[in-house]
Design a protein. Structure first.
Length: 170
């Protein structure tokens, strides 16, 4: 009679472990931060603000704190359509003057931007995604900032500091 109870307990244990593993896997896919959102297709040929709204999963920039200087290293630039990463100086907590930009093809790419004005120790800067009107030449009035699905400009804030390890720049 002992064998029967032991067998039932073992079976219950195995089923419980399998259920827990399934719940963990489902929880991971439901609640992870980098959810993939299907991009919507736009059959019109307009360039109004609504066409610049895209999912954050399709358009994003990854940049960490940088050594002061005239180059900004980008770990990753992800664009649904070709565009620009534009570096802005800080202007009282908002993006200010443009000090550099670089064109990127659609897809995921690492990159670097040579600046017209060097970053300085302790300075705050913004790496902002901008659209391209098709000519591959940056024009701040035509190549507007890209926005996420909430209507917020897609950008990352970073600092210039000498306390950055060589492995983490970008």
């Amino acid at each position: 009679m002992e064998d029967n109870n032991g067998g039932v307990r073992t079976w219950q244990w195995v089923v419980t472990v399998i259920v827990i593993i399934i719940l963990i896997v489902l929880g991971y896919y439901l609640f992870r931060g980098d959810k993939v959102v299907s991009p919507t297709t736009d059959d019109t040929n307009t360039t109004d603000d609504s066409s610049l709204v895209a999912s954050q999963a399709a358009n994003r920039v990854v940049v960490t704190d940088q050594f002061p200087g005239n180059i900004v290293y980008l770990s990753s630039v992800q664009l649904e359509k070709p565009g620009f990463v534009v570096v802005h100086k800080d202007n009282n907590g908002t993006p200010g003057d443009i000090i550099g930009y670089q064109y990127f093809d659609k897809g995921i790419n690492p990159g670097r931007i040579t600046l017209t004005s060097s970053t300085v120790e302790g300075g705050v800067y913004y790496a902002m995604l901008h659209s391209d009107d098709g000519d591959k030449v940056f024009n701040a009035t035509k190549d507007l900032p890209l926005k996420d699905s909430k209507g917020d400009v897609i950008m990352k804030i970073f600092r210039a500091t000498s306390d950055v390890s060589a492995e983490s720049k970008g």
